[in-house]
Design a protein around this ligand. Sequence first.
Ligand code: 5RP
Length: 237
Amino acid sequence: MTGPDFAKMQAAAAALEYVEDGMIVGLGTGSTANHFISMLGERVREGLSIGAIPTSEASRRLAASLGIALIEVDQADRIDVTVDGADEVDQYLNLLKGGGGALLREKIIAHATDHLVVIADKSKLVKDLGAFPLPVEVTSFGFTITAKKVFDALRATGCTSADIKLREAGAPGRPFITDNGNYILDCACRHIPDAAATANALNTIPGVVENGIFLAFPRTVRTVLLGHEDGVDMVEV
Ligand code: 5RP
């Protein structure tokens, strides 16, 4: 096997090294996280004992089907390690996430985690965030008003081209609904020159539930594992 899927599997396999017996493990969402969950399922069948907290209903279903023991999120006040994918990783290891629509739960879990291990194929590494459209989770109530405020916030923080689309699910005109019952605005910015300013401005807007920029979290070690044809590169802050 070659190509991005092989690279994702390489990164997922490397992340297994960070999981130890007895840990509480956050499970990310997306195709790379799915590789990790499948590999973790094999380890569990071999005797590894962990409790897992999934970041989406899809990851919950996959983990449960593999016999991974699940913990209700409100039964834990911290998480040892979370393994999750990303749509982009910048030079400071800021992340752009939410391509799979799970950004809110992913951010809550990542923020409560001692060690966040990000797994991706190497093509996700960028100088600055923004080539991938930035997902912003918003309430369905007033989403058109909120979208206008999001546009203003993006422009005010230097995103000179901001094209905002309501994410659809399958059919035109049918909004994608997150696991939390909200909508997603996909904001094509091309370039986000100041990720911190944009993330902070977005989260002051009533109606914005969360945005997909994952800046550094104060007490979380962040390791990024980038898979490629010849192995895995590791970067850490
Ligand atoms: C889901 C995410 C995913 O981690 C991100 O979209 C990467 O997905 P993939 O591993 O399929 O490339 O943030 O909300």
